[in-house]
Design a protein around this ligand. Sequence first.
Ligand SMILES: [Zn+2]
Length: 552
Amino acid sequence: MGLTAAGVLARPLYALAAIDPDLVVYNAKVYTIDSGQPRAEAFAIANSRFVAIGTSADMRALIGKRTRTFDARGMTIVPGFTDTHNHAGGTTLLYEVLVGNPFEVEFVTIQSIIDKLKNKARGLPLGTWVEGYFHDDTKLKDQRPLNVRDLDQVSTEHPVVVQHRGGHTSFYNSRAFALANVTRATPNPPGGTFDKDANGELNGRVTDLARGAFSRVGTRPSFSPDQQARRERDGIAHISKQFVRYGLTSVHHEGGDLAAIQDVRARGELLHRVSYEASGPMLEHMIASGIETGFGDEWIKFGATSEHTLDGSFSERTMALSFAYPGRNGYKGNVTEAQEACNAWVERVHRAGIQVNCHANGDVAIDEYLTAFERAQKLFPRADARPKITHCTLINDDLVRRIKAAGAVPALFSTYAYYNTDKFPFYGEEFMKHAMAYRTLLDAGVPCTAGSDFSPGPFAPLMGIQGMVTRTGWDNTTWGANQRITVDEALKVNTLNGAYASHEESSKGSISVGKLADFVVLADDPHTVDASKIKDIQVVQTVVGGATAYQA
Ligand SMILES: [Zn+2]
């Protein structure tokens, strides 16, 4: 940082006076997401960080003997993308039966689901669970829901379950119901349902907490500790490759095997940065040991907690609403934790110096969370706590005011506006005007972020950006167009705001001198392509800390 001839402090364009950069990138259309210098043509990287940003001529002048160079030939470069809510289930992708497409919109037949599971059942001893993953009830060519009779065709000797990719509903066969002792007469437990057909018979669909009835019955595959460790490592390495393929350089992981993540890193196979969100015993250990949010380094760091679930799901229509779902006999969704329990959890975690994070979709659940946080903050004030609201789907004016006052950071669904438009008719346009409310929240000064919730949503950031900009889905329907944001805003939501959500905005999230050199090279500019083609822009290269993590 130096003084100009006039004695005015110049922009800190160069971090070091006499650098011999590791890499100089030039001839690019750089969108920095740094308000101090939004556009550039080139930058230089040393020791994993951006050290200079400017014109191609200025940056080329820095090239030294050992400097690698990259001529971007006019391509677009943006900061690496951040996904602030991801279940990162690599082992599922690698080892399980996938009955739907994890990454893209694809319609399948019920017969294909039956065939895949039948095939799986053939290799399993009787009584062992046959499981299918990534089911999406509105991506069926059959135009009717999967039911218990379909799954009875898979096997009558094995319990069979098909997990909805949304994670809040499952579909079982008759054998599974028999093992769990669930009949048409079994009452719904609090926070869940055993769904029935028109004749009052179990139809196979079971929602939220009612699925607990199946957790202790049947046999599940078991693995030795060594096998399990290998599966977890393979899973992390696999999903890391998928993340960088789509331009993600930072991902907030909902739990997962922390040892495996560290092992994969030690082998040099961790390609993206992890904000690790703990739950259960690990969160208890953090509290007991005094490990706070921010502990770790720039590759693996403890972030907020894992989502602490307060209500049901958006995609599966079980979120807790202050009004009845259309055509559902007064059903208002599932509240999965009462206010008092939520108060106690938030208070304990907040006191321990750990960033709280609750899953709250419906307005009722968001209100419950804010009530708990406001209470905890009054009892134990902590500056800049940034309570994270995972999903924060349905808002109203009062909630927005309280979100802003709490300094909360919402992780809104990112890819749903494109991927899940087939679910929006269940809610209707009036609802969608107030759902995934990027426009309203940004206008209120709330730094909302993009949380794919993978597996429920695909994690492709460009699919997310297209949906934020257009609010138009794969089926060409548009919902809540009042919530559209600009390409620049969507880029910021997917980069700098994501870094802010984990208190890392000073070290990443924009192409700024001193920050980690995480960026993505795009074949086209999302500002100039047809907005309905943003998701199709090719990710040419993903660079993390100055090193190429993905090359098309
Ligand atoms: Zn989630």
